[in-house]
Design a binder for this molecule. Structure first.
Ligand code: URA
Length: 216
């Protein structure tokens, strides 16, 4: 299932427009903040689908029965581009456990690339809700590989993916490989370059958020 958060003329479409804008996106702090804001809205929307329990809360004047989140999700991100989205999710799910994965594209002479995963820091994920953030769902290869990697650690009971821009090719690949995942995105683009960049997209999200890297 794919949920486009800007579908109903929400502020998300404004933030996506700023992320894409070749002039505005040069302001790194604003670029990161716009990703964070999408993460915050996604956190709120996802929170509406999570289970709650009633809890008696002592106030200065009496007792209130409040609904509180039954359990904390596990927020997972793919270093480094996912950090700002992750931060937005974490500012709402402020007690969540966190997992980090490092993934990068190793380019081959023919222009194709392989996804390399090298680092995993992960809490218990068995039977827990996993929320994975990656600003660009392009081919879907790094997300699928990350999920396969995480599933070796345990079987999550639900998987949510939060992304700023999703490409139709990547969405289809995810649907095939991880049919149970729910994708929350800020926009959907149809085109992908031979090098796996989304068109019109926004460029390299990691570089725009944190500076140009020298490795390919
Ligand atoms: N990663 C990016 O940063 N941008 C894209 O367009 C695709 C993957």
């Amino acid at each position: 299932m794919v949920i486009n958060l800007s579908k109903e003329h929400s502020l998300v479409s404004n933030w996506v427009a700023e992320l894409r804008d070749v002039t505005i996106q040069t302001d790194r702090m604003r670029f990161r903040r716009n990703l964070e804001r999408i993460g915050e809205v996604a956190a709120f929307e996802i929170s509406r689908r999570l289970p709650y329990v009633e809890k008696e809360i002592q106030t200065p004047l009496g007792t209130a029965v409040c609904e509180v989140l039954e359990e904390q999700p596990v927020l997972t991100t793919i270093l480094r581009a996912g950090l700002a989205l992750h931060n937005g999710l974490l500012s709402y799910f402020d007690k969540a456990d966190n997992a980090f994965v490092s993934a990068y594209r190793k380019h081959k002479p023919d222009g194709s690339f392989e996804i390399m995963l090298e680092y995993l820091s992960c809490p218990e994920i068995d039977n827990r809700v996993l929320i994975i953030s990656d600003p660009m769902l392009a081919t879907g290869a790094s997300l699928v590989k990350t999920i396969q990697y995480l599933k070796e650690e345990g079987k999550p009971k639900a998987i949510h993916i939060v992304t700023a821009i999703a490409c139709t090719v990547g969405i289809e690949y995810l649907r095939r490989e991880v049919p149970e995942a729910i994708v929350w995105c800020g926009a959907i683009d149809d085109e992908l370059t031979g090098k796996g960049y989304i068109v019109p997209g926004l460029g390299d999200a990691g570089d725009l958020a944190f500076g140009t890297k020298v490795q390919s």
